[in-house]
Structures are given as C-alpha cells and as structure tokens.
Design a protein around this ligand. Sequence first.
Ligand code: HEC
Ligand code: HEC
Length: 334
Amino acid sequence: MQISSTGLLLTLLAITGHSLAADSVTERLKQQFKRPTSIPFPANNPYSAEKAQLGKMLFFDQRLSRNFNMNCATCHNPSLGWEDGVPGAFGGQGETLKRNSPTTLNLAWSDRFFWDGRAPSLEEQIRGPVESAAEMNVPLSTVAQRLNKVEGYRNWFARVFPGDGIRENGILKAIATYERTLVSGTAPFDRWIEGEENAISVSAKRGFTLFNGKAACSQCHGGWNFTDNQFHDIGLPSDDTGRMAVTGAEQDRHRFKTPGLRNISQRAPYMHDGSLSTLEQVIVHYVVGGISRPGRSNKIIPTPLNEGDIRDLTAFLNSLTGADQPVSLPILPY
Ligand code: HEC
Ligand code: HEC
C-alpha cells in the first residue's frame, strides 16, 4: 500500500489535532515566564564588579550590628533561599520578630520593599534592619566610623567611591548593588520553557496548567519571578494591618506584597508571619480562600482542588528551584 507523505501528515494531524491546539496554548503561556537576560541597575547606582564585591563583604560583616552578633545573612541565609527558616526572624537581642524574613533573591526587579512596601528603593531599605532596635540596632553613622578604622575598607571605598571616603550613602549603594546581583539560578522549569521536554515531570506540567487555569495563581504570581509586585489581602488570620500602616487607607488593611515564587521549596515557612510551614498547607489555604472579609482580594476565590491537583501544583512549585552555586563567604578586611 502506498500513502503519500501529505496524506500521512494530514492523517496524523487529524489524530493529534486536539492536543496540538492544547500544546500551542501551553507554548504561548510558557513565553510569559521566560527569564530576563540581564539585570536592571538604576542610573543613580550603576553596577561595577568592585562595588558588588564590597557590598558582599558588608552583607556578611557583623560590624553592621551593635553587638557584632549578626550580619544580613543571619536572616537572609543563602542556604535557606536567602531567608532564615523560622517563622518570625530572631532579632539581635534574641527575641522573635513579628514578620518573616523575605528572600533577597531577584529584588533588582522589585520597586517597593518590605512586606508592606514602605521602602521605595533597595538603598533606602537597608537602613531599616541596621538601625532597628530589634534587629542590628546600630546607627549607620556608627557603622561608617567602625569601617573607617579598618585600612582594608578605607582602600576598598577609595577605589569604589573615589574622593568620598566611607560614607553612609556608599555603604547603602554597595550593599544594594550586591543584592541586585542575587538572581535565582536556572531551574528545571526554565529548561522546560527553553524546550527540554523532560526537564520537569508530567505532574509538574499539569501543575503549571492548574497554576494558570483553575487555581488562578498566575493572576498575582505572574511573570518570570512569579509576582505582580502588588499588594493583596489573601485572607490570612494574622492581625498585622500590612500596607495600611504605610498608606493609612482602610482598603490596604491586611494587604501584603506578593512574594516571588523562585526557589520557594527552600524558603519555608511561608507568608509574612511564617504561619504556613509547607507548600501543601499554602495550597490548602487557597482552596478554602482564608477569611472571607470585605478587604480580601476578589481574585481569591475558594477553588475545589482534589488531592491529585494539590500534588501537581506542589510538583510545579518544586520545579522552580534553581541549581544555585554555593555562595562562598567573603574574607573580611581587618
Ligand atoms: C534579624 C533578622 C534580619 C536581619 C539581620 C536583616 N534582615 Fe532583612 N528582613 C528581615 C525581615 C523580618 C524583613 C521583613 C520586615 C518587614 O517587611 O517589615 C526583612 C526585609 C528585607 C528586605 C525586603 C525584601 C522585600 O522583598 O521587600 C530586604 C531587601 C532586606 N531585608 C535586606 C537586608 C539587608 C541588606 C540586611 C543587612 C544590612 C538585612 N536585611 C538584615 C529580617 C532581617
Ligand atoms: C490575590 C493575589 C494572589 C493569588 C490569586 C495567589 N497568591 Fe499567593 N500570595 C499572594 C500574596 C499577597 C502573598 C503574601 C501574603 C501574606 O504573607 O500575607 C502570597 C504568598 C504565597 C506563597 C508564600 C510565599 C512566601 O515567600 O512566603 C506561596 C507559596 C503562594 N502565595 C502560592 C500561591 C499559589 C500556589 C496560588 C494559587 C493556588 C496563589 N499563591 C494565589 C498573592 C496571591
């Protein structure tokens, strides 16, 4: 029997036509999650390799805390997705803070910082933890004086900020530059987006479809870093008023910044108060929709997901963790 090649192709298309259409929807969706190819740095604080290296030393330097007992990595630990693994961080005096440490990954793409967005830039965010009595508890001016006594730092600052000496502004700019270089590594999900069909499991692929479809997560967790950078009340029971403390507006009560979901499997516990300890618990929260109150986002709609769906969504979330290189600790100047 002879079949022309065109005839064969048409027959195949007729058999697989349905799934081809579904595949092209998935292909279009995948494009929305493509990683960027470069990091944006602001014009008033451009990148240089030396500035980032200086910022790295400061990020890991305990001289930024009153009692020399903590550095930024105490609460933003590279091995814990740049968080600290506990619900509510431990402060410099040993007491527990009310809010959970968020990740410092992928913040070059963010424009408001802290859970309530009260800092408009990374540079301005940094003074918060350094000077807060519950955290590092030291005036930035004291930090500048301390660093000034160290010859190694005097040389570094002279190279990076010629003629300025060691100033508060330089400290903030260097740390912010280092933070912008913290980008989550390529994850199995990214390899799948790039066309490596077996990079993630069939279950994770179903999870991706749910995430963008029935479970409607991508309404807020959209784009390559899985955040809209907006503030929402998702119905958590915590009494923290969130963004309302910043704007004074009643409609902002209980609204918090949407966290990105990259490396999320390393970043438990979850939410601004660390109240949920596993990804399954997070998904179950969305199935129920939390507390129904006037301010809760109208994008939070209780969704009937079965156990299989929850497994698939979890598999998808787990595919977002990159193979990051271990972060070496810097040798600090003395
Ligand atoms: C005691 C633990 C602790 C230390 C030390 C600490 N942080 Fe944080 N960090 C937190 C907590 C908790 C929050 C959230 C606070 C809030 O939203 O009110 C936070 C928030 C942030 C954010 C905002 C992230 C976002 O998504 O908006 C950045 C950036 C950050 N910290 C960087 C730093 C840097 C840089 C240092 C060192 C100078 C530092 N942190 C030291 C606990 C800590
Ligand atoms: C209305 C917008 C919105 C929708 C829809 C939404 N989220 Fe969220 N998500 C948020 C916000 C805001 C937070 C932080 C809430 C807080 O801490 O108060 C959050 C937190 C999370 C966290 C914890 C992140 C962390 O760093 O602690 C995960 C995981 C998560 N969401 C996954 C999902 C999944 C999965 C879905 C779909 C089932 C979903 N989200 C739907 C806005 C949303």
